[in-house]
Write a protein that binds this ligand. Structure first.
Ligand code: CA
Length: 229
């Protein structure tokens, strides 16, 4: 699977539910990580830095609500969208679910089609490049569906790695990415690549972005990494 694909963490204690969820999420092209309980979920969030969490309400020991509350109270994990699953349908529970900071809420038994639509909706917001959206930064346009990039309407030639790098930068202009973060996001965390490789591809991306002229939009942040703008 492409390293740029979003990772979805499924937290559910029932094996049959986990299977249904992982099967369908993988069919959508996502990388799936799974946790059987709240403690494991919190560990995996730190290890896998998922792009979205599908979180069951009813879990042994640390409940889904508590997991959600913890994720939303930490700056490093606050931005990760959480979709809560619950068999409880009472309005008060629904409200409590949202008060914990959950981004969406699906009642069990759920329709897989509906849940996948909600997963995609959250990821279109947070990982637009992986969901085939068009991204824009100043005069640079990136179409994630057709893999075409233009600058001031002129098409740019980019290698696949440079394309994934640019997608990452354009999802969050201004954000400073460390070389390690770029390696995880662009090359994948299971592959060993020297951090100097990042510099090489940044160099190529800079060249590609300026192939028809224009200023270099990439910024080197000393001791920290790189940012767009
Ligand atoms: Ca459960």
């Amino acid at each position: 699977m492409s390293a740029a694909q979003p990772t979805v963490l499924v937290v559910e204690d029932e094996a049959s539910q986990r299977e249904v969820l992982s099967y369908n999420l993988e069919a959508e092209g996502f990388r799936v990580a799974m946790a059987e309980n709240g403690e494991e979920a919190l560990l995996l969030v730190a290890e896998e830095t998922p792009d979205l969490v599908v979180l069951d309400w009813m879990l042994p020991n640390v409940s889904g609500i508590e997991v959600c509350r913890r994720l939303k109270s930490r700056s490093e994990t606050r931005a990760i969208p959480v979709i809560m699953l619950s068999a409880r349908t009472e309005e008060v529970d629904r409200v409590r679910g949202l008060e914990t900071g959950a981004d969406d809420y699906v009642v069990k038994p759920f329709s897989v089609v509906e849940l996948m639509a909600r997963v995609r909706a959250q990821l279109r917001r947070t990982r637009p490049a992986t969901m085939g959206e068009r991204l824009e930064y100043l005069d640079i346009l990136l179409d994630a569906e057709t893999h075409k990039v233009t600058r001031a309407d002129a098409p740019l030639k980019l290698g696949p790695t440079e394309f994934r790098l640019l997608s990452t930068f354009m999802e969050k202009p201004g954000r400073v990415w460390s070389r390690e973060q770029l390696l995880d996001r662009v090359w994948g965390r299971d592959i060993y690549v020297d951090t100097r490789t990042v510099d090489v591809h940044i160099g190529r991306l800079r060249k590609a972005l300026c192939q028809h002229g224009g200023e270099d939009p990439l910024r080197t942040v000393r001791g920290a990494g790189y940012a767009l703008g």
